[in-house]
Write a protein that binds this ligand. Structure first.
Ligand code: 13P
Length: 251
C-alpha cells in the first residue's frame, strides 16, 4: 500500500545560517536510500538568505525548496526590502508559503494574501496556503466561519488550483505543543476539503496539517484520513527528528 501522507514541508522560520546546509546530509541520504521515502515530497522552506545555498545543496536530489513568503507584483520595482515571486522562481525555487499566521499577526490581511497567491501562481510557484483560527476564535466556536472566510478571500480569482496546497494550522497549536483532538481535526479537514471541492472548484485538494507536529504526536496525526502531509516548524530543524517523524508515518 502506498503512503497517502506524501508531503513533509520543513518551515525553518527565522532560523539557520550558511553551515546549516550540512544538516541536510542525513535527510538527503534517507530520501535516497529508504525505499518508502522515494516517492515522498520533502520540501525545505528556509529563510530567504538560505534559499540559494539550499537549492545548490539539493540540486541532485528530488528534495524541493520553498520560500516562506513573497511580495506581490511580478516585475522589478521599488519596494525596499521586498522579494517577489518572479525572483524566487528565478532561483529554481518551486514553492512558497503564504498566509502564515506569523505574517498575518504582523498585518498581512486576506486581500494582501490573495494578491500574493495570484502573483505566485502566475510565476508558476506552488503555493502552501496557510489558514487557521486563533484560540479566541476557537473558544467562540468561530473556527469554520474563519476558515471559510480565509479560503474564499485568499483564493478569490485564483486560476491554477492544482498548484495550491492548503495547510491547516490552528494558531493556538503553533509552537505550543498542543494539537487538536483527532475528531476535531478530522471534522475540520473534512469541512475544508468539501468547501474546496464544492465552492472553490478544486478537483483533488491537498491538505496539510501544521502546529506542534513532533515525533510523539505523529502516531495520532497520521491517522487523520483527510491529510496529505504536514507542515513542520521546530521539529524540522533537527534532521533526526524530521526523519523520525517521516518514518513513523510509514505503514
Ligand atoms: P511548530 O511545528 O514549531 O509548531 O510550527 C508550525 C508552523 O508554524 C509551521 O508553519
Amino acid at each position: 500500500m502506498t503512503n497517502k501522507l506524501r508531503y513533509f514541508v520543513a518551515n525553518w522560520k527565522m532560523y539557520g545560517h550558511l553551515n546549516s546546509v550540512n544538516s541536510l546530509n542525513k535527510v538527503i541520504k534517507f530520501k535516497k536510500k529508504n525505499k518508502k521515502a522515494k516517492n515522498l515530497k520533502i520540501i525545505y522552506c528556509p529563510p530567504f538568505t538560505l534559499i540559494h545555498p539550499f537549492i545548490q545543496k539539493l540540486k541532485k536530489t528530488n528534495i524541493k525548496t520553498g520560500a516562506q513568503n513573497c511580495s506581490f507584483g511580478s516585475t522589478y520595482g521599488p519596494p525596499t526590502g521586498s522579494i517577489n515571486s518572479m525572483m524566487i522562481k528565478s532561483l529554481k525555487c518551486e514553492y512558497v508559503i503564504l498566509g502564515h499566521s506569523e505574517k498575518r499577526a504582523k498585518g498581512e490581511n486576506d486581500n494582501i494574501i490573495n494578491k500574493k497567491i495570484i502573483s505566485a501562481t502566475e510565476s508558476k510557484l506552488k503555493v502552501i496556503f496557510c489558514i487557521g483560527e486563533t484560540s479566541k476564535q476557537k473558544r467562540k466556536k468561530l473556527t469554520k466561519k474563519i476558515l471559510l472566510s480565509q479560503l474564499s478571500k485568499g483564493l478569490k480569482k485564483v486560476k491554477n488550483k492544482k498548484n495550491i496546497l492548503i495547510a491547516y494550522e490552528p494558531v493556538w497549536s503553533i509552537g505550543s505543543g498542543i494539537i487538536p483532538k483527532s475528531q476535531d481535526l478530522e471534522n475540520t479537514t473534512n469541512f475544508i476539503k468539501l468547501f474546496l471541492i464544492n465552492n472553490m472548484k478544486f478537483k483533488n485538494p491537498k491538505i496539510l496539517y501544521g502546529g506542534s507536529v513532533n515525533t510523539k504526536n505523529i502516531s495520532l496525526l497520521k491517522k487523520i484520513t483527510n491529510l496529505d502531509g504536514f507542515l513542520i516548524g521546530g521539529a524540522s530543524q533537527n534532521s533526526n527528528k524530521f526523519i523520525d517523524i517521516i518514518k513513523k508515518t510509514f505503514n
